[in-house]
Write a protein that binds this ligand. Structure first.
Ligand SMILES: [Zn+2]
Length: 209
């Protein structure tokens, strides 16, 4: 299995396990040799090359076992080993199982929006295509238009008189309009003047919306 010690220099032997290099051995003085792992860590002096190779093999096997244990104890939910929050991750696993079972049984009624999001998350859909589709929906204003309008309306209801604001507003569909009105009911940042921090401004009053 192991100990294909090939001389690669006059005083150095590399030790391989199959095709995997697991360390090397250096001659020290007349009778001693020193074994090193592949990561350059010394395992100390040995009386013979065979003894050093055996120690390197034992170390490599122990490292492999440790890696395997780590991989087995890594939580699939949070990705930590050990799991950082076992009860929460157990609840997540349970919810995932229930959801999968419902989906398989055809009991899950998902909205068109969720189905579309799931389709766009498929590995064969490129990020560019997903981005394009999310931003160019027929009848809906692009996200950039909504944000431009939000920025413009920081100036207050008077900004609604500007033709560009009217034009942007006309592009919003009903759902976007509802969401946008919801944003106006919250306190927000006003427009900054002379590079100063923008002031906080109160929400629009219901009759202004
Ligand atoms: Zn976890």
């Amino acid at each position: 299995m192991i100990s294909t010690a090939k001389p690669s220099a006059s005083s150095m032997l590399s030790v391989c396990d199959g095709r995997l290099a697991i360390g090397f051995i250096l001659r020290r003085g007349r009778s001693d040799v020193e074994g090193f792992t592949a990561q350059n860590r010394s395992l100390g002096l040995f009386p013979s090359e065979n003894a050093a190779a055996a120690a390197l093999e034992a170390r490599a096997q122990a490292t492999a076992r440790q890696r395997e244990r780590f991989a087995m104890s890594t939580c699939r939910m949070c990705g930590s080993s050990p799991c950082v929050n076992p009860s929460f991750c157990a609840a997540c696993r349970r919810a995932e199982r229930q959801l999968t079972a419902k989906r398989k049984a055809g009991l899950l009624r998902e909205s068109a929006e969720t189905l579309r999001a799931r389709r766009l998350l498929a590995p064969d859909i490129s990020l560019e295509r997903a981005w394009c589709e999310l931003n160019n929906q027929r009848g809906r204003a692009a996200a950039s238009t909504v944000e431009a309008l939000a920025y413009q309306l920081r100036a207050g209801p008077s900004a609604l008189r500007e033709p560009s604001a009217q034009h942007r507003l006309a592009q919003l569909d009903e759902r976007q309009m509802r969401e946008f009105c919801g944003r106006l009911t919250k306190e927000r940042w006003g427009l900054s003047k002379n590079g100063e921090l923008p002031p906080r401004v109160p929400p629009w009053k219901p009759d202004e919306i």
